[in-house]
Design a protein around this ligand. Structure first.
Ligand SMILES: Cc1cc2nc3c(=O)[nH]c(=O)nc-3n(C[C@H](O)[C@H](O)[C@H](O)COP(=O)(O)OP(=O)(O)OC[C@H]3O[C@@H](n4cnc5c(N)ncnc54)[C@H](O)[C@@H]3O)c2cc1C
Ligand code: FES
Ligand code: FES
Length: 1288
């Protein structure tokens, strides 16, 4: 930005650059030679800008988002866009301005309105994703000349993941910048705008950057945001004034002419930046194996994750011939280096300008690009990069093929040849380019009248995910007599072969045929033979993928028929029920509500105070372990990991590592002084494997070197020789081999199950199996200590077999349950997990006779550990499965069965505990009326009646979660409170703040205890030198316990102060503290708390393991696409009983975050292991090990309507200030989504006469949803009892 000259003036003043430079946050940096191996992220973090985070390093999480600004000579304006710094090569931003979160605003100078808004809206918890979100919105606002719409804001965040918040508060914080609200921070009327000003969408200040009358308009009439803003007061926010201006675009970069670059990096890497295609070809001739580079979103992944070695990189982003974008009479010419965002913008423009029939293909591309990666990737990834990578799941290549695109190819001599896209893809990542050729451009012809092009894609997750199957289809119809006849056609698929595949026989079949039901049936038959997928095809899901090929074609047929309907003589009109197959997904702006009472206690308790760390998090100033500077001479370590699931170690040879650069040492089992045995509860693991390895990824040793890269290099050079042994790779294998962890079998009993089953009390007995897949913690912050490690294994896998007896009314009488938990290769916390699953497997239901066995299986997978809920959700899920099954058997609604089996006040649970203060029924009834359940049920039935291919489903699910560690001794907490003479209070306690707001709540308790403001209370980081022997921060009980321990210390100090305080009135707490100090009163106290009256005796299976229960209930309504398995949640309505909340805003954040994490568990997140079900994965290896293949919920997955209500008027007598624990209890409520999906599937199956019960494993991914909706498209590939594979 800055002051811009017009184009002519500029051309006169441009200067040749003499050195490689970069501006970072307005500061000029010279880029020395030798750094070609660095990413922008490594560079930024290396120079101390650690606000930009390293999450995944593969473009999948958005934590590393920064904004790039450069002067685009083609557009003659400054362009601003977000990129993933982890994939951007450092030299790719030469001559550009990089703005990081530090350049946006900071704690001392003042927060930017975006940061302020996010902090105040409780939009950060752990805060690791936060800078990335800030930068994505910042870039959107800086690049928008008018405020964006809410939809654009949500779209711009597609490449940013958050594991904590559930996204709702982020959307709420950001939507104040949308078009609908120009009251950004202050009331607009108070801004006293001048005539030519509007409210800048970026700063919220009056600005002329969007006005048509500003002076800084270039010769083309382009409006350039260049004016300096007039600062205004933000007094409505926090009284502070944000006086800083936005960072301007450095004038030097405006005047500077780009020059070719020839730089180098580690290992002899060469980096070239040619500026003409001629130069590109010369370089290619000189270095035939050189890689062309634009976005580096493929090459970066290949070099960093797949360890491919390229020696010469040619960055062609600035070559004008490769960046052409010409709208011509017969179509569009697209240079190979054109970025996908640019292409999308052009398509969007042409569809408004050209006749509709010409742009059918453009519209298909627009739709496909909408679901292509995140914004940051699309901003840099190129068309040519996508084409030439020739990925078999490329989203665009099937469309180029279908749309008759032609590729222009240029060789070293400058000769250009043209080939059809249809003929370009030869084999796996092999294209029709010889060594001396590169792709120059793509020509996309306009579509002709009655020519229709359509895109298809089904992925695990709708947003930012690679396809399972995608397709491009086209027909050109001609009206002959009274019929429509196919004059031309093309059908191409991705994800069904090693390359994008044309369905040639189908195409041939279609041409010349009349467009009617016969051609549909005929084409489907030919298609089945056209697409071949072998049983063990890489990627698995073979039946699903085959079904999708037919489903897509069916959709295409309906869509085309709909297009021509009414136009001319179409004989068969579509039934309105069929139209449901072609209605595309549209996400309306989020509607969310949070309803709670504020029960204030003292100065702070009960208030919705903002998370204490939020301001540091939104500015990137919060320091994580990975941000800590290495001490001088610090060394890095990398682990040597087992490659086998079960093997004897025959030898370890580290000679390769020893001669590796920077090597400092290597350590193995033999080098461990003292015991090599470790484990959190039972010492059943080895620090370094000595004789045997029992899983892939087990640590065998460690290599230490001067840099992280060198340590990894060294570790990779350690050669381990194995003798492979048989591996146990599933719960079923473990059960049949009786492979259990020692002393891990438990039993709970109530009544007499056998007798009940044998008696005639039970009208019906059902037997079944529930399988629950594991879940990754997937926190965004990498696992770091001062030594950076990479490790995996954070899951709970569960399988259970159940027998339930019940009456004709649906009253459950007896439950016989066996629960098997996949513990992996060590016990870790799995016993506690299975125990909690056993305790919770009644969920909220009264069962007179219960028998539950629990076992932890030993398998050759990395050890599994606890997730949010510690096994409780898995236990409750089993209960809800048999409830749902009883309902189906009795043809009643599951909600009815739930209600008649509810526990209530005084119920004696299967482990002997008596229910007290049970609020279940009240909450259930409030939820039922809040969501108007019966009415919605009817509406859903009505919808299903009229929509054959889309079905809706509803469910209401209750929960009861026991609060306390089930291991009694862990229920203790310590704290240290110091009062200073200036009236401030320093609190240290044994709990760990991980974003859940524990420190904030604890500080509120201290503030209220001393009757001082929250700003006078400080929390010192958890440290064992202040509070020893802390229990894990887990079991949802930390606020209860640590706040109580802090209150205990505060009370002690207050008691000591009391004699002084009662002497006279003190004007402030500081004055009182000083007076006490002068009287030699100890103003420091250690507080302690133990949870009273709990205990459990496993030898008799009876006791009181829990202090109290947190209750909740949720309603969900979903819609599924029965042809593809796509689903979305229309509504989620959650009620929680949290007593008198210590901080309702933080608690609502916990509820929302847990629900969305739970939604990932029930419907998205699937771990795929190399086991008998997944032969295409190496045995014992995890395939889904990063954001590319493991899909946690994105913003697009949250419910359209998302409401949270906290039950009012029910203080909890069992915990501090009448509050209740919140962290884990809401997680299970997301199963309302699972059961709503099942409800929708039941409706779909009923249409093909399948009314029998069927299992739906957790997670209900698109594959499971689609394959359960039996119809004519699944029939050729599966029988009605088909069960998609699941790693358990
Ligand atoms: C997080 C993430 C999400 C993604 N999501 C999707 C998705 O949803 N759908 C999808 O289809 N893809 C996806 N991709 C893949 C990738 O983004 C695209 O394929 C992208 O278009 C590649 O472009 P690029 O400019 O980054 O390629 P680069 O990495 O710069 O180059 C890729 C390859 O193309 C070659 N090449 C480039 N230009 C030419 C030319 N003119 N002539 C000859 N060879 C050339 C290069 O030599 C190199 O081998 C994703 C990738 C990531 C990292
Ligand atoms: S760290 Fe760059 S996207 Fe995850
Ligand atoms: S706050 Fe988003 S990942 Fe933690």
């Amino acid at each position: 930005m800055g002051s811009l000259k017009n184009e002519k003036e500029m051309e006169e003043t441009v200067e040749e650059s003499k050195e490689a430079i970069l501006y970072v946050n307005g500061v000029r940096k010279v880029l020395p030679d030798g750094l070609a191996h660095l990413t922008l992220l490594e560079y930024l973090r290396g120079v101390g800008l650690t606000g930009t985070k390293l999450g995944c390093g593969e473009g999948g999480c958005g934590a590393c988002t920064v904004m790039i600004s450069h002067y685009d000579r083609k557009l003659r304006k400054c362009v601003h866009y977000a990129v993933n710094a982890c994939l951007a090569p450092l030299y790719s931003v030469e001559g550009m301005h990089v703005i990081t979160v530090e350049g946006v605003g900071n704690h001392k100078r003042g927060l930017h309105p975006i940061q302020e808004s996010l902090a105040r809206s409780h939009g950060s918890q752990c805060g690791f994703c936060t800078p990335g979100f800030i930068m994505s919105l910042y870039a959107l606002l800086r690049s928008s000349q008018t405020p964006p719409t809410e939809e654009q804001i949500e779209e711009s965040l597609a490449g940013n993941l958050c594991r904590c918040t559930g996204y709702r508060p982020i959307v709420d914080a950001f939507r104040v910048f949308a078009k609908t609200s120009d009251v950004l921070y202050a009331d607009i009327s108070s801004l006293s705008l001048q005539e030519d000003e509007f409210v800048c969408p970026s700063t919220g200040k009056p600005c002329s950057c969007g006005s048509k009358t500003v002076n800084d308009i270039d010769t083309n009439g382009q409006i350039i945001c260049s004016a300096s803003y007039k600062p205004i007061s933000y007094s409505e926010i926090d009284g502070s004034t944000y006086t800083d201006k936005e960072l301007i675009f450095p004038p030097e970069l405006l005047l500077r002419k780009l020059t070719p670059l020839n730089l180098s990096g580690l290992g002899g890497l060469k980096w070239h930046r040619p500026l003409t295609v001629k130069h590109v070809l010369e370089l290619k001739e000189k270095y035939p194996n050189a890689k062309l580079l634009i976005g580096n979103t493929e090459v970066g992944i290949e070099m960093r994750l797949k360890k491919m070695q390229y020696k010469v990189l040619i960055s062609v982003s600035h070559v004008p011939e490769l960046n052409m974008l010409n709208v011509k009479e017969d179509g569009i010419e697209i240079g190979a280096a054109v970025r996908l965002t640019e292409l999308l913008n052009l398509f969007r423009e042409v569809v408004t300008q050209r006749p509709a029939h010409e742009t059918s293909a453009c519209k298909a591309f627009i739709e496909q690009l909408k679901w292509f990666a995140g914004t940051q990737i699309k901003n840099v990834a190129s068309v040519g990069g996508n084409v030439c990578t020739a990925s078999p799941i490329s989203d665009l290549n099937p469309l180029w093929m279908a749309a008759r695109a032609k590729f222009q190819i240029i060789n070293f001599s400058g000769n250009i040849r043209t080939t059809l896209a249809e003929n370009f893809f030869l084999d796996y990542r092999k294209v029709d380019l010889v060594a001396d050729e590169i792709l120059l451009s793509i020509f996309l012809p306009w579509t002709r009248p009655f020519e229709y092009v359509k895109e298809f894609k089904q992925a695990h997750r709708r947003d930012d995910d690679i396809a399972i199957v995608n397709a491009g289809m086209r027909v050109c119809l001609e009206e002959i007599g009274e019929e429509w006849v196919v004059s031309d056609a093309s059908v191409a698929y991705g994800g069904v072969a090693p390359r994008s595949l044309g369905a040639i026989k189908t195409k041939e079949f279609l041409i010349g045929k009349k467009w009617n039901q016969h051609v549909l049936q005929g084409a489907l038959n030919v298609l089945r033979a056209d697409i071949e997928l072998k049983e063990d095809a890489p990627g698995g899901m073979v039946e699903f993928r085959k079904s999708l090929t037919l489903s897509f074609f069916f959709k295409f047929f309906l869509w085309v028929s709909h297009q021509i309907e009414g136009k001319k003589s179409i004989k068969e009109s579509l039934s309105s029920s069929h139209l449901s197959a072609i209605k595309s997904f549209h996400r309306p702006p989020l509607v969310a509500s949070q309803d709670y009472d504020i029960k204030k206690h003292g100065t702070s308790v009960g208030l919705p105070e903002v998370h204490l760390s939020s301001k540091l998090q939104v500015t990137g100033e919060a320091e994580y372990t990975d941000d800590t500077a290495m001490p001088p001479n610090g060394l890095h370590a990398a682990l040597v990991l087992s490659k086998k699931p079960h093997a004897r170690i025959l030898s370890i040879d580290d000679s390769g590592a020893k001669s590796s650069p920077g090597f400092a040492g290597s350590f193995f089992a033999k080098d461990v002084p003292g015991s090599n045995k470790i484990g959190p509860v039972v010492l059943d693991e080895e620090l370094f494997a000595s004789e045997f390895v029992t899983c892939v990824g087990q640590v065998i040793g460690v290599v230490v070197a001067d840099t992280h890269e060198n340590a990894k290099l060294g570790a990779a050079k350690v050669h381990v020789e194995y003798e492979e042994l048989p591996a146990i790779l599933s719960i079923e294998d473990a059960v049949s081999a009786k492979s259990f962890h020692p002393n891990s079998q438990k039993i709970l009993r109530k009544g007499d199950v056998e007798l009940c089953f044998q008696s005639d009390q039970c009208d019906m007995i059902i037997e079944g199996k529930v399988q629950v897949g594991g879940q990754e913690h997937f926190y965004l912050e990498p696992q770091s200590s001062l030594v950076w490690t990479m490790d995996g294994g954070n899951e709970v896998h569960m399988i259970s077999s159940t027998q339930v007896g019940f009456t004709d009314e649906g009253k459950v009488l007896a439950l016989d349950l066996q629960i098997y938990n996949n513990g992996g290769n060590s016990l870790d916390l799995s016993l506690a997990v299975v125990e909690r699953a056993m305790f919770h497997s009644d969920n909220v239901y009264e069962i007179p006779h219960v028998r539950i066995f629990g076992s932890v299986c030993f398998t050759n997978f990395p050890s599994n550990t606890a997730f949010r809920g510690f096994g409780g959700p898995q236990g409750m899920l089993i209960a809800e499965n048999w409830i749902q099954r009883i309902a189906l058997e009795l043809k009643k609604s599951p909600e009815e069965i739930r209600e008649i089996n509810f526990q209530g006040e005084g119920s004696i649970l299967h482990y002997g505990q008596r229910l007290e203060y049970c609020t279940l029924a009240q909450m259930w009834n409030e939820l039922k009326s809040a969501c108007d359940f019966l009415k919605v049920r009817e509406e859903v039935n009505e919808f299903n009646l009229h929509n054959q291919w889309k079905k809706r489903g509803v469910a209401m699910i209750p929960t009861k979660f026991g609060i306390s560690f089930t291991t009694k001794f862990m229920n203790q907490a310590g704290a240290l409170v110091n009062v200073y003479t200036d009236g401030t209070v320093l609190v240290t306690h044994g709990g760990v703040e991980m974003g859940q707001g524990l420190h904030t709540k604890v500080a509120q308790v201290a503030a209220s205890a001393f009757n001082i403001s929250l700003s006078s209370v400080f929390i010192s980081e958890t440290s064992t030198d202040k509070v020893p022997n802390a229990s894990p921060t887990a079991a949802s009980a930390s606020s209860d316990m640590y706040a109580a321990a802090v209150l205990d210390a505060c009370k002690q100090i207050k008691a000591r102060m009391e004699p002084i305080a009662s002497q006279r009135n003190f004007s402030s707490f500081a004055e009182l503290a000083t007076a006490c100090y002068l009287e030699r009163i100890d103003l420091s106290a250690h507080g302690f708390y133990i949870t009273p009256d709990i205990g459990f005796d496993w030898s008799i299976g009876k006791g009181k393991p829990f202090n109290y229960f947190t209750y909740g209930a949720a309603f969900a309504e979903v819609e599924i696409d029965t042809l593809t398995g796509d689903f979305h949640t229309r509504t989620a309505n959650i009620f929680m009983d949290l007593g008198y909340s210590l901080n309702p805003a933080i608690d609502v954040g916990q509820v929302e975050g847990a629900f969305i994490q739970g939604l990932g568990w029930v419907a998205l997140e699937e771990l795929k292991w190399g086991d008998a079900a997944h032969k295409w994965i190496r045995p014992g290896c995890l395939y889904t090990c990063g954001p590319g293949s493991y899909k946690i919920p994105s913003l697009n997955d949250i419910p359209f309507k998302f409401s949270v209500s906290l039950l009012k008027g029910h203080p909890n007598v069992k915990a501090i200030h009448s509050s209740k624990a919140v962290g884990e209890p809401p997680f299970f409520l997301a199963s309302a989504v699972l059961f709503a999906i099942k409800d929708a599937i039941i409706a779909a199956r009923a249409e093909t006469g399948h009314t029998e019960w069927f299992p739906l494993d957790n997670p209900a991914t698109p594959e499971r949803i689609r394959m359960a909706c039996l119809d004519e498209f699944t029939a050729p590939f599966i029988s009605s009892d088909f069960h998609p594979k699941l790693s358990v």
